[in-house]
Design a protein around this ligand. Structure first.
Ligand code: NAP
Length: 324
């Protein structure tokens, strides 16, 4: 380890590890990529990032992943993915990338624990939940404001909760919260839902769920815990207050791509652009999962992208090896 002038430690090249395939992210995309790269005998290393198993691991039950007719817990599915990849030689490290230099190969990836020199890189860093960005939201996170029903639902036994959003996540998580909460009020900014019909029907038929349409939350009152929200009706402009014990926010996601700004080509939303072979603008760098997918966002599509990225990384290395 060496130290730069600002006092931050910078790994020296003697600390570096050479890998053929480095996978960033341990959600379905990253672990499926690791499985395929491991079976190609490329000894991939997976850096888990902050959330082992990615966002899927925070989902209570996944009912649409084939092979599990009764559904499967998100964390359990993540563990199975990991076990299967490790069985073929993948190494999963609890480490997070802090900087990447993709200007030449091997790519340099600086992490919390060292430096990796990677012949190929598979970016599967996923996405994070969007915030409403209203007064009190940040201050009251952990005191009643949450972005994860599976993590925090239990704290709201027999309490009143509000869910914001009109997509699949809002309804799925709202339905999950009915296990604990005495009532779930879904507040949506329009009067039609974006969520699929199956979830809509379940929510409309659930006696614990009610809807507030054309309404937004404008502030979370601050204190020891959440007690009241400020609301505004977008049609009438009427402001009101709403008593609740919890506020769950499910209004979409932002891709985790800050590390790659200026190096990998992205769309206006910050999603990494790739072709059908999961190739980015830099040869040897591939992507998979929600970091490059704002459309499907399913465990199975992310896993499929991970497999495709690893197959393509394998071809890339084989072609290089075949060159005289
Ligand atoms: P989404 O489909 O983008 O829905 C986000 C919701 O939040 C929309 O209803 C949107 O309103 C609302 N919203 C956005 N910004 C807002 C703001 N600032 N204030 C208030 N409301 C706001 O996101 P998602 O529900 O997370 O789903 C993302 C993807 O994952 C989708 O493709 C979905 O199908 C998929 N998904 C699937 C499942 C499943 O199949 N079981 C489960 C979860 C997610 P508008 O409708 O007015 O735009």
């Amino acid at each position: 380890m060496s130290f730069n002038l600002s006092g931050f430690s910078t790994p020296s090249s003697s600390d570096s590890k050479n890998v053929k395939v480095l996978v960033l992210g341990s959600g379905p995309a990253g672990l499926a990529a690791a499985l395929y790269a491991a079976r190609a005998e490329l000894s991939p290393v997976v850096l888990t990032g902050m959330e082992l198993g990615g966002q899927a691991a925070l989902t209570h039950t996944i009912e649409n992943y084939p092979g599990f007719p009764e559904g499967v817990g998100g964390a359990q599915l993540g563990e199975l993915f990991q076990k299967q990849a490790e069985r073929f030689g993948a190494v999963v490290e609890f480490d997070t990338a802090q900087g990447v230099d993709l200007s030449q190969r091997p790519f340099k990836i600086t992490t919390d624990n060292g430096l990796y020199l990677a012949d190929t890189l598979i970016v599967a860093t996923g996405a994070r939940p969007n915030h409403l960005e209203i007064p009190g939201e940040t201050e009251m996170t952990g005191k009643g404001v949450s972005y994860c029903a599976t993590c925090d639902g239990w704290f709201f036994k027999d309490k009143k909760v509000v869910v914001v959003g009109g997509g699949d996540s809002a309804l799925e998580e709202g339905l999950f919260l009915t296990r604990y909460a005495s009532s779930v009020t879904i507040i949506h900014r329009r009067d039609t839902l974006r969520a699929g019909k199956v979830l809509q029907n379940r929510a409309f038929n659930d006696p614990k769920i009610s809807f507030l349409w054309n309404t937004v939350v404008t502030a979370v009152d601050q204190g020891d815990k959440v007690t009241t929200l400020k609301l505004s009706n977008l049609q009438t402009g009427t402001a009101s207050t709403f008593e609740t014990d919890g506020l769950f926010i499910f209004i979409g996601h932002t891709p985790n791509t800050q590390l790659f700004t200026g190096q990998l080509t992205m769309d206006e939303g910050g999603y990494i652009l790739a072709n059908a072979r999961m190739e980015t603008n830099i040869p040897g760098v591939f992507v998979a999962g929600e970091v490059a997918d704002n459309h499907f966002r399913q465990v199975i599509t992310s896993a499929g992208m991970g497999a495709a990225a690893a197959i393509q990384a394998t071809h890339f290395l084989e072609q290089e090896f075949a060159q005289p």
